[in-house]
Design a protein around this ligand. Structure first.
Ligand code: CAA
Length: 291
């Protein structure tokens, strides 16, 4: 007999996370900390090794600050496995995809997951701006495809933007939102328009800060200080852009510009030039600041 609807999310015990970059490793960590068995998958072992080091660093900080006990850290590790093949996801009850922000790569992965996994498994994407509807259309289960957009750094940020595609069912949204609550996070629903809510608002602010820098309105430090001390933002917009990755910011702005067709989303030429130079922010050692 099929489980009753309200029991379905309780049956989610094993979560597969595909993509072990900054976001994927954070997502795997928070699910494992919340008691789920987690399979973290990426193509190459060095990426998984780096993800393990990132998770270790984060859990150690939490132990040092007394936010979790050392025993919780050890239990988290026992629940988390890594693998280089999608075969490891055979027992997953729920998937979160967090691979590169490339629509073709994501559609290909969704089609492949759809072919491999039981038809009742929900496929969530951590995409920051790619259409959930088009990811759903790459599968035979578009009602079970949704956006689950975590914020960076995932272990600290309480928001998850839950994106409903054109054909995502209310039941899938409810199960995804329940999972967020079990992670101790707050789900907020957004419709499937480019950039959803978070990046529709955040990226134009970052872009404007870059225009202000390009036009010599202020130095990077001046621009960031105004927003930190004047608006109480935890990071100034240029520091935040370096933190997110300038390539990621540019890709999101391009999606907003193309998808909404309004010139107000046109990426600042200085941002484009920094990305072309390989100055991608913190991860490359240089962006608006040097690291
Ligand atoms: N795990 C555990 N602890 C962590 C951590 C992690 N991953 N990252 C940082 N910390 C800890 C630090 O060790 C530090 O601890 P102490 O206070 O004991 O030193 C504490 O958190 C605060 O960190 P910092 O002192 O380094 O810096 P901070 O006070 O500025 O806080 C921050 C860091 C929480 C990231 C804060 O700056 C912040 O909220 N910044 C804005 C982040 C943001 O806007 N994120 C959204 C980005 S947009 C996005 O993700 C979506 C997208 O699609 C682009």
């Amino acid at each position: 007999m099929l489980p009753r609807k309200h029991e379905r999310e309780q049956l989610i015990k094993t979560v597969g996370v595909v993509g072990a970059g900054a976001m994927g490793s954070g997502i795997a960590q928070v699910f494992a900390q919340a008691g789920f068995s987690v399979q973290l998958v990426d193509l190459a072992q060095p990426i998984l090794d780096r993800a393990r080091a990132t998770i270790d660093n984060s859990l150690t900080k939490f132990v040092e600050k007394g936010k979790i006990a050392a025993a919780d850290r050890d239990a988290t590790w026992r629940r988390l496995s890594t693998a280089t093949s999608l075969d490891a996801l055979a027992n997953a009850d729920y998937i979160v995809e967090a691979i590169v922000e490339d629509a073709n790569a994501k559609c290909e992965l969704f089609a492949s997951l759809d072919a491999r996994l039981s038809p009742d498994v929900i496929l969530a994407s951590n995409t920051s701006s790619i259409s959930i509807t088009s990811l759903g259309a790459a599968t035979k289960r578009p009602d079970k495809v949704l956006g689950m957009h975590f914020m960076n750094p995932v272990p600290l940020m309480p928001l998850v933007e839950m994106v409903r595609g054109q054909t995502t069912s209310a039941e899938s949204m409810r199960i995804g939102s329940e999972l967020c609550t079990r992670l101790g996070k707050t789900p907020v629903e957004a419709a499937d328009y480019p950039g959803f809510i978070a990046n529709r608002i955040l990226m134009p602010m970052i872009n404007e800060a870059i225009y202000a820098l390009m036009e010599g309105v202020g130095t990077p430090e001046a621009i960031d200080t105004v927003m930190k001390l004047g608006m109480n933002h935890p990071m100034g917009p240029l520091t935040l852009a370096d933190f997110i990755g300038l390539d990621v910011c540019l890709a999101i702005l391009d999606v907003l510009h193309e998808g909404l067709g309004d010139p107000k989303y046109r990426a600042c030429p200085l941002l484009r030039r920094l990305v072309a130079a390989g100055h991608l922010g913190r991860k490359s050692g240089q962006g608006f600041y040097k690291y």
